[in-house]
Design a binder for this molecule. Structure first.
Ligand code: DGL
Length: 287
């Protein structure tokens, strides 16, 4: 009986050890951050300083950028391929650092991958309304975001006074991806000049626009508030990790990030350097 007891104890210990190992390795898994291109770096840059012990995989789907001109079916197809790739890399959570993907596909993604945590990015309309500003609120976003049911529903639910106006800015994502500051400035100037309504705030409803926030700020009247959601997304990501006991153990000294693109890695590296003054290096990934 003593041997039997010992054997039972040993197997219990093994099982507990196995569960502990599984929890540890679950926590150590990377976080995926996705966008059609470089825009999501604006979100990643608010995640890394507060999640110092995490590993990140940043994935830019440059080959299919811009998503703003694509159909929902095309975006969903890309998202399935990308999510499967991130699952192969063992990601524990995916930050959708793109308004276009979130407003078009996050419900679809959550329905087909119920076991994965997705944190989405939507225009900061709620905080803008909560500021009780005098004039209108302009949301600059892609055509796809502005015309999405998700976005229209957000406005319907939040904007009781009819102050929020979505404005599509076609071509701006491509200009930002080109890294040509002169063209970017010209284009933003044109978009701003075309706003007919009086406005107190501009909500940046595309993560690419956050990369050129300073240019937008300079080209708008000084009293206009510019809002973007990156800090809120970082906070929400921390909360989901904490609530689900998925925060990495503090073993790493600083976050590690792998930068991947389905497009041209040299070009992505150069443009990221120009826009963010960040020496990050992209690698090619075929999805
Ligand atoms: N960064 C994406 C967003 O937030 C850009 C979309 C695009 O590729 O057109 O909407």
């Amino acid at each position: 009986p003593k041997i039997v007891t010992r054997a039972i104890l040993a197997s219990i210990m093994m099982a507990v050890f196995g569960v502990w190992l599984a929890v540890i390795s679950m926590k150590a898994r990377p976080i995926g951050v996705i966008d059609s291109g470089l825009g999501g770096l604006s979100i990643l840059n608010t995640l890394t300083p507060i999640l110092k012990n995490e590993k990140f995989i940043y994935l830019a789907d440059h080959q299919y950028c811009p998503y703003g001109d694509r159909t929902s079916k095309q975006i969903n197809q890309r998202l399935v391929a990308i999510t499967n790739f991130l699952l192969e890399k063992n990601c524990k959570l995916v930050v959708v650092a793109c308004n276009t993907i979130t407003t078009t596909s996050i419900n679809f993604l959550r329905s087909i991958y119920p076991a994965i945590f997705f944190v989405g990015t939507v225009p900061a309309i709620k905080p803008a309304i909560e500021k009780n500003l005098k004039e209108n609120i302009i949301v600059l976003a892609t055509q796809k975001t502005v015309s999405s049911e998700y976005f229209q529903e957000m406005i319907f639910n939040l904007d009781k006074k009819g102050k929020v106006h979505g404005i599509a800015s076609p071509g701006l994502v491509e200009s930002i991806e080109s890294g040509n500051l002169k063209i970017i400035k010209q284009q933003i100037n044109k978009i701003i000049k075309n706003i007919k309504a009086n406005y107190s705030a501009i909500v940046l409803g595309c993560t690419h626009y956050i990369l050129v926030k300073d240019i937008i700020k300079k080209l708008t009247p000084f009293n206009v508030v510019i809002l973007e959601p990156s800090q809120a997304i970082a906070k929400q990501t921390c909360k989901v990790l904490k609530d689900n006991n998925l925060l990495s153990n503090p073993t790493l000294k600083k976050p590690t990030t792998f930068y991947l693109t389905t497009g041209n890695p040299q070009k992505a590296t150069q443009t990221a350097k120009k826009l963010l003054n960040d020496s990050i290096i992209f690698d090619k990934c075929s999805i």
